[in-house]
Ligand binder design. Structure first.
Ligand code: ADP
Length: 599
């Protein structure tokens, strides 16, 4: 529907009312003025008639004559009105405007009234004067008998002209009033109606634009005041509600964002409604680009698709395990799916919560592998021991030379078992202490610790004709657990000696820069092929199993070193070239300034 401004709807009606009222007033005033004028005219005519009546000749003339005419004309001049004397039979005896004979006036209405003994007052057209006249006729009495009629007449034009002049002024005044009223109407309308409405509208527009804190100014009119109060209250409530909702949604978003579980909400068409940062990471997607898109388009994983379908199809919560292939390592997720319901209880989608269990899986795998490895490692010496005992029982015992040989095997395998078990215990102790943060670290002079480790290996080195060399600044301090660090260095030296050729040198160097303390064990031995480097710190991992066993290795030495490095908040790294040698480096954190000052 086309809309018109309120003023154009109200204003014409207002104008009509104004114009009609003013017109009515003009008509009324005109009428009243006219009445007053006529009254005055009647009074004036009567007064003149009375005046003239007193001046009439006695007795009343019976016939016309020049003398009478002269008198009548004189009376006319004095009274300023037409004067007519009429005999009782209607014959005009004299007239100040016209010399008789005139028509018989017996039937003129004013004359008829006068002859009946009354004062006749009439307004009518004068055939004689050819104009509208006011007549006043009164009987002239003589002894109570009507002897004639005196008539006085004035032209109505005098009154009409005066009335016309007054009417003109009235009309001009009315027009001016109407114009003023029209202008005032617009001014009043805009002040009383348009301006408050415009204010209310402006504020309402501000509200719709989101500025709910703007306030409609107080209104003088009760109705507008009520309206603006209501709108202000509505805006305030809306503002409060929106603030509450925003706060709630921010809190929810913050909770979702900080969850380590991935949360994905999808609608019944499997389109993503929302997902948190963790879910985006698990699924390898960017949250902003996937909202509103079907999950099967985003993540091409049949396990996930089937899980979502299963959740949407059922009414009970669903659980499942998912594997999402990823670069490097697959991601294992435990998924919980629940149907999302609207307040009426109808299903509108599903909520999928994802737990990353990759680490758990990895630990499980490690544990499983470890048990398998330990069993395997133990089985080899146990098999050798059982075999030797069997052989001894079967007769070798009787042959001293053979018996000695098998006893030697038994002793070696028992040592091996012992070595494995000791290494395992050591490893588990370090792990436990590390987990419980029980490894005590204190600033130590590194040179003393390294010297001690070197001494431990000296005999073995001498046996293999290996030259051990130590370089370490005498005042170099590090925060260490001395026995553990010595153990780690011994393990590294032990390997370096084992895997070096006789006559070679093994260097043990310690140095510090502005970032860390480094302890290097450098050999010129066989080196390690690059593909094995990432795994040599795993338990029981060996590059060459047979050689390691032959050399008395358990495959646990480097794993122990790695755990000792971790217990020191440090790490271990390796660089190696096949045929040229290896460098194992222990990285330890620097002392803090206070610790340095304290020692
Ligand atoms: P092991 O008891 O067999 O020495 P480790 O855990 O100490 O077990 O070492 C794991 C494997 O890493 C060894 O079997 C060996 O193949 C390789 N390795 C360790 N240190 C050296 C080294 N200095 N030179 C060459 N290979 C080494």
């Amino acid at each position: 529907m086309p809309r018109r401004r309120l003023i154009w709807q109200l204003y014409p009606a207002y104008l009509v009312v104004v114009v009609v009222s003013i017109a009515a007033a003009v008509v009324y005033i005109d009428h009243a003025v006219r009445g007053v004028f006529l009254q005055q005219r009647v009074a004036s005519l009567k007064a003149r008639a009375a005046l003239i009546a007193g001046r009439l000749p006695q007795p009343f003339p019976r016939a016309a004559g020049a003398e009478l005419d002269a008198l009548v004309r004189r009376l006319d001049e004095e009274a300023g009105a037409r004067v007519t004397l009429i005999a009782p039979d209607g014959v005009v005896l004299s007239d100040s405007e016209k010399t008789p004979p005139l028509d018989n006036h017996a039937h003129r209405p004013e004359v008829v009234a006068a002859l009946a003994g009354e004062v006749g007052l009439v307004e009518r057209y004068s055939d004689t004067m050819r104009m509208e006249m006011h007549y006043c006729a009164r009987p002239v009495l003589d002894d109570g008998r009507i002897v004639g009629v005196l008539r006085v007449a004035l032209p109505t034009a005098d009154v009409s002209d005066a009335l016309a002049a007054i009417r003109l002024r009235l009309e001009v005044g009315a027009l001016a009033m109407a114009a003023l009223a029209a202008a005032m109407g617009i001014a009043i309308f805009s002040r009383v109606v348009a301006r408050p409405l415009a204010q209310i509208r402006a504020s309402a527009s501000a509200f719709t634009a989101g500025n709910l804190t703007s306030v409609i100014p107080d209104q003088r009119a009760e109705e507008f005041g009520g309206l603006s109060d209501a709108v202000n209250t509505m805006a305030r409530q809306l503002h409060d509600q929106i603030r509450t909702i925003t706060q709630q949604s921010n809190e929810q978003r913050a909770v979702l964002a900080s969850m380590i579980e991935g949360v994905v909400a999808i609608d019944s068409q499997e389109r993503i409604l929302s997902l948190n940062a963790a879910a985006a990471t698990f699924l390898g997607v960017e949250p902003a680009r996937v909202i509103g898109r079907p999950i099967r388009e985003i993540v091409r994983n049949t396990q996930l698709q089937r899980f979502v379908a299963r959740t949407l199809a059922g009414s009970d919560p669903v659980e499942g395990d998912l594997v999402l292939p990823a670069e490097g390592e697959d991601r294992y997720l435990q998924a919980h799916g629940t149907v999302l319901r609207d307040p009426a209880g109808a299903g509108i989608g599903a909520l999928v919560v994802l737990n990353d269990v990759t680490r758990l899986r990895r630990l499980e795998n490690i544990r499983r592998d470890f048990v398998a490895n330990v069993s395997h490692e133990l089985r080899t010496p146990v098999t050798a021991i059982k075999g030797s005992i069997e052989t001894l029982r079967e007769g070798a015992m009787d042959d001293p030379a053979r018996a000695e040989q098998f006893l030697a095997i038994l002793a070696r395998q028992a040592d091996r078992l012992n070595a494995i078990i000791e290494d395992l215990l050591r490893l588990s102790r370090i792990e436990q202490e590390n987990e419980r943060a029980e490894v005590e670290l204190a600033p130590h002079r590194l040179r003393d610790v390294l010297q001690s480790a070197l001494s431990d290996c000296q005999a073995q080195a001498a046996e293999r004709e290996i030259n051990l060399r130590l370089t370490c600044p005498p005042d170099l301090l590090a925060r260490v657990n001395a026995p553990l660090l010595e153990q780690a260095v011994v393990n590294l030296l032990d390997n370096a000696i084992k895997y070096s050729d006789p006559g070679a040198s093994v260097d043990l160097n310690a140095l510090a820069d502005e970032r860390e303390v480094r302890i290097e064990v450098r050999d010129t031995g066989s080196g390690i092929p690059a593909e094995h480097l990432p795994r040599i710190f795993e338990r029981f991992y060996r590059v060459d199993k047979a050689r390691s066993r032959r050399l008395g290795g358990t495959g646990l030495g480097l794993a122990i070193v790695k755990h000792i490095a971790q217990a020191h908040r440090g790490s271990i790294s390796v660089a190696s070239t096949v045929g040229k040698g290896s460098v194992f480096t222990l990285h330890l954190p620097l002392l803090t300034t206070e610790e340095r000052g304290g020692k």
